[in-house]
Design a protein around this ligand. Structure first.
Ligand code: GLP
Length: 245
């Protein structure tokens, strides 16, 4: 097993390929289950899926989605919750029923944290498991918010965010002091249970972490390296993010 590399001529070409694979799944499977990611990287993918919905009749009425992660400790009206991000960039523009959309909560009480996370795992199982998982990659090598040290078999849980991850989010939050310290994330094990995984990474800033994930031995210090052991993990890169391979 090894990661299958796709080095596209541009990020637009990468996004078109991934969107087409998702559309094919959705058209061919009665109840497709998608695993979705946030960050800047998948925004053009969501734009392309919205275009396919409007211009080519792609319907999400039967689709169920599970997002990878959510910040903890934010009011539901905060613009940076991943719930708001996903609605703003994707869900508000397609025909997916609200009941089919799953994200971890941004404001779950401490006493309910464990049961909330277990219920998330159970909801994924009850939906039949994830058919197609979208991933980005953080500078720490995280997938979802699985920071260095996350075990390969970890499940949905609360995680303390790495300093680098919080720095990368600082401008969106108007300063480091406003960035949450914790999040809820699907575990590496949750992600690795998906039947097909497409990680997208674009730009020179991702080149070194992509190289470590693909070329270095598997390590819990780079959780994306666990994808080397997945039977159907694909990296969709542009020339810049592939430049260190
Ligand atoms: C956040 C998200 C990750 C995402 C990463 C990279 O940490 N939790 O899922 O992959 O950001 O973001 P970007 O795509 O903006 O580089």
């Amino acid at each position: 097993m090894s990661i299958q590399l796709h080095i596209h001529s541009s990020r637009e070409a990468a996004v078109r390929t991934v969107a087409l694979e998702m559309a094919t799944l959705i058209r061919n499977k009665a109840h497709a289950v998608l695993g979705l990611a946030t960050g800047a990287t998948p925004i053009p993918l969501y734009q392309e899926l919205v275009r396919l919905h409007h211009e080519e009749g792609l319907s999400f009425r039967q689709v169920t989605t599970f997002n990878l992660d959510e910040y903890l400790g934010l009011e539901s009206t905060h613009p940076e919750t991943y719930w708001n991000f996903m609605h703003r960039n994707f869900f508000d523009h397609i025909d997916i029923p609200a009941a089919n959309i799953y994200l971890p909560s941004s404001h779950v009480a401490e006493s309910e944290l464990v049961s909330h996370c277990l219920a998330y795992e159970e909801a994924i199982r009850a939906a039949g498991g994830i058919d197609y998982q979208i991933l980005g990659i953080g500078r720490t090598g995280h997938i979802g918010f699985n920071e260095p040290g996350s075990p390969a078999d970890s499940i949905t849980r609360r995680i303390h965010l790495d300093a680098i991850t919080r720095q990368d989010a600082a401008s969106a939050f108007g300063g480091l002091e406003h960035v949450p310290t914790h999040a809820i994330t699907m575990g590496c094990g949750t992600i690795l249970a998906a039947r097909h995984i497409s990680l997208m990474a674009f730009g020179e800033g991702k080149a070194e972490i992509v190289r470590r994930a693909v070329r270095e031995p598997v390590t819990d210090q780079v959780s994306a390296s666990f994808l080397q052991n997945h039977p159907c993990a694909h990296f969709h890169l542009d020339p810049a993010s592939a430049s260190a391979l």
